[in-house]
Design a protein around this ligand. Structure first.
Ligand code: NAP
Ligand code: MG
Length: 400
């Protein structure tokens, strides 16, 4: 069988622990036998990040900008405990995802992988719901303090030209708590563009919600910028038959619960934090959740939403076979290959991505799955737990 050709390399970011083990197995069993894989490889494993003083992460992000598509394995974000576990670390390196996100100025879209055997808690959800979370500002970059006596709080902005703008926040007659939050027009605009672009790329409706009836100026600015940016996408939306829909956050929550799914829900930073946990839990499992970082210019990085699955890795090191779910990592690969195929005009490559995903679904539908999923299937569905390697072999067999 002739392998499928690629023309432009995919940026490949390797990672840590159990997901690094799965990464190599996925390539060996599911991709290399079928695709003449071209990648530009960056090792984002913790020790290599340390050796390069994290330059490798920056290089990988810049390569992603250059080529347009990347696929990333989960990586360790060092904390105090990791500094003890890896004494050779010279610094508590920052989260690679954070570094890449700020270089690409990207927005993260999270989508559940749905199968018939695992029904969402919300019975009427038939299709996945993608959450797009704005990743800058608001309460996450706010300042706050407590005061103990009666008095007045004001908020003042000092322009570089010396001009001042000031408002009274509140006059209080006793102890109080205060908060100052901000966002930047440029960041909101990038968020809006990434959302419209992703809606076009995935041919799905886009919903956006804020509380602009209460935060008239603050959330009103988000609404206004989205409307302005939509003008550039309106024709494309019309052509594809998709819609942009703005509504209040409380109305959105009610509509989401009653909906069938199948759209993107764009949320401000805090709303996205809360709603993405609600939606992912209701759909089933973090091991079945993909994550895509999209830059306003369309540059895209695919990954799994879960971490490096440390507990399984330590069992793997002891020589045990683990039943770690590789679905989200496989779908990161298929997403990246499909996108590469679309950008380079290689329909065979995009079709391969579809076949790979179908082989995964066929395997799960046959009742062959990893341990984490067996406990989630509908009553009456016959499921058998296998280890990761056997699961990948079962997929490879169907794919061939
Ligand atoms: P985690 O790796 O997502 O794992 C937490 C637990 O969830 C696992 O112990 C496992 O439960 C279950 N789980 C997650 N993914 C699974 C899969 N594919 N198959 C089966 N079970 C799965 O989160 P964590 O333990 O909090 O973090 C571990 C490391 O990952 C940390 O160093 C963190 O910095 C990093 N991390 C990286 C990313 C990223 O790169 N995008 C994201 C999050 C965390 P059981 O043990 O009960 O089976
Ligand atoms: Mg959260």
């Amino acid at each position: 069988m002739e392998k499928i050709k690629m023309t432009t390399p995919l940026v490949e970011m390797d990672g840590d622990e159990m997901t690094r083990i799965l990464w190599a197995m996925i390539k060996d069993k599911l991709i290399l036998p079928f695709v003449d894989l071209k990648t530009e490889y960056y090792d984002l494993g913790l020790l290599h990040r340390n050796e390069t003083k994290d330059q490798v992460t920056v290089d990988a992000a810049n390569a992603t900008k250059k080529y347009g598509v990347a696929v990333k394995c989960a990586t360790i974000t060092p904390n105090k405990q990791r500094m003890e576990e890896y004494p050779q670390l010279t610094e508590m390196w920052k989260s690679p995802n954070g570094t890449i996100r700020s270089i690409l100025d990207g927005t993260v879209f999270r989508t559940p992988i749905c199968i018939d055997a695992i029904q969402p808690v919300v019975k009427n959800w038939k299709k996945p719901i993608t959450i797009a979370r704005h990743a800058y500002g608001d309460v996450y970059k706010s300042v706050d303090f407590v005061t103990t006596q009666p008095g007045t709080c004001t908020m003042t902005f000092q322009g570089e030209d010396g001009e001042e703008q000031s408002v009274v926040v509140q006059k209080v007659d006793g102890p109080a708590v205060w908060q100052g939050a901000h966002n930047k027009d440029q960041s909101i605009r990038s968020f809006a563009r990434a959302c419209f672009q992703y809606a076009v790329d995935t041919r799905q409706d886009l919903w956006f919600s804020t509380k602009d009836t209460i935060a008239k100026v603050y959330d009103g600015e988000f609404k206004k910028i989205f409307e302005e940016e939509f003008e550039g996408y309106q024709a494309k939306f019309q052509e594809l038959g998709i819609t942009y829909f703005y509504t209040l956050i409380d109305d959105a929550v009610a509509r989401v619960i009653r909906s069938e799914g199948g759209y993107i829900w764009a949320c401000k930073n805090y709303d996205g934090d809360v709603m993405s946990d609600m939606v992912s839990t209701a759909f089933g499992s973090l091991a079945m959740m993909t994550s895509v970082l999209v830059a306003p210019d369309g540059t895209t990085e695919y990954e799994a939403a879960h971490g490096t699955v440390t507990r399984h890795y330590y069992r793997h090191l002891k020589g045990e076979k683990t039943s770690t779910n590789p679905m989200a990592t496989i779908f990161a690969w298929s997403g990246a290959l499909r996108k590469r195929g679309e950008l380079d005009g290689l329909p065979d490559l995009s079709a391969f991505a579809g076949k790979l995903e179908q082989a995964c679904f066929d395997t799960l539908n046959a009742g062959i799955m990893t341990k984490d999923l067996v406990g989630l299937v509908e009553p009456g569905f016959q499921a058998q737990a296998v280890d990761s390697e056997a699961f990948l072999d079962a997929i490879a067999q169907r794919l061939a």
